[in-house]
Design a protein around this ligand. Structure first.
Ligand SMILES: Nc1ncnc2c1ncn2[C@@H]1O[C@H](COP(=O)(O)OP(=O)(O)OP(=O)(O)O)[C@@H](O)[C@H]1O
Ligand SMILES: [Mg+2]
Length: 234
């Protein structure tokens, strides 16, 4: 790799077994992402957005071709190496927030740091910083069911960002939010993108998300049909 890209995808094909045959969800994808990008995969339902994010996130592996993330080839990694890559370098934000209900907001955001064996004082500082980024410091002791949808999603963003990952993968992060909360969340992510130089990759069909993107990658039937920079959004 090192051509300045932190993600390189070449000739990626993903087939899922269906009945006695296969369904081709990704059909020859070539894409690269550099540090600090704010990019989105857009396209109709079933076009392969989530499948591609899952492979970049080393949650799934290619059937053919290659996906290299921070110099490591997804699909050729042991379970432990894949887990290390995720725990250290990747933050995930999902459509459903996946906050753990029995834990407080603080504990939910702290969780990824326990996997990194960070000491307690540093951990507390990192969690409070992350909650500050998303404007949730007054909810540290709340449990997820006591939060609004927007607050839950902000908690999920704090959890994804707390370890200052190089890459943040966000699958329909605004799907459960109203317009005002969506804009607030997107502005928060835009600021984290600038301040931390993390690369953000979204999967979305939400126009509110699309207007924030700096790069828009359109998928259809598992193929990239357009890839454009959108630097001059108003
Ligand atoms: N595990 C699986 N087994 C079989 N087919 C699958 C599997 N996962 C995804 N697919 C199929 O692959 C295609 C792409 O799915 P994917 O979830 O990536 O779409 P998407 O673009 O994220 O859609 P949406 O906007 O609805 O979230 C779909 O036709 C889906 O049915
Ligand atoms: Mg999807």
């Amino acid at each position: 790799m090192n051509n300045g890209h932190i993600i390189n995808i070449e000739g990626l094909i993903k087939r899922f077994p269906v009945g006695s045959g296969f369904f081709t969800a990704l059909d020859g994808i070539d894409l690269s992402f550099g540090k600090g990008e704010f990019a989105g995969l857009v396209g109709p339902s079933g076009s392969g957005k989530t499948t591609l994010l899952n492979i970049i996130g080393s949650l799934d592996s290619p059937s053919e071709g290659k996906a290299t993330v921070m110099g490591q080839s997804v699909g050729e990694l042991s379970h432990k190496k894949a887990a290390d890559l995720r725990n250290h370098n990747l933050g995930f934000i999902f459509q459903t927030y996946n906050l753990l209900p029995v834990y407080t907001v603080f504990e939910n955001v702290e969780f990824p740091l326990l996997l990194l064996k960070m000491d307690k004082v540093k951990r507390k500082k990192a969690v409070m910083d992350a909650l500050d980024w998303v404007g949730l410091t007054d909810k540290v002791k709340s449990r997820p069911k006591q939060l609004s949808g927007g607050e839950s999603q902000r908690g999920a963003i704090a959890r994804a960002m707390v370890k200052r990952p190089q890459i943040v993968l966000a699958d329909e992060p605004t799907a459960n939010l109203d317009s005002e909360n969506s804009h607030h969340i997107l502005q928060t992510m835009e600021k984290l993108n600038q301040d931390l130089e993390a690369t953000f990759i979204f999967a979305t069909h939400d126009d509110k998300v699309i207007q924030y993107l700096k790069r828009k990658i359109s998928l259809a039937d598992g193929k990239v049909i357009n890839d454009e920079l959108t630097p001059n959004r108003t």
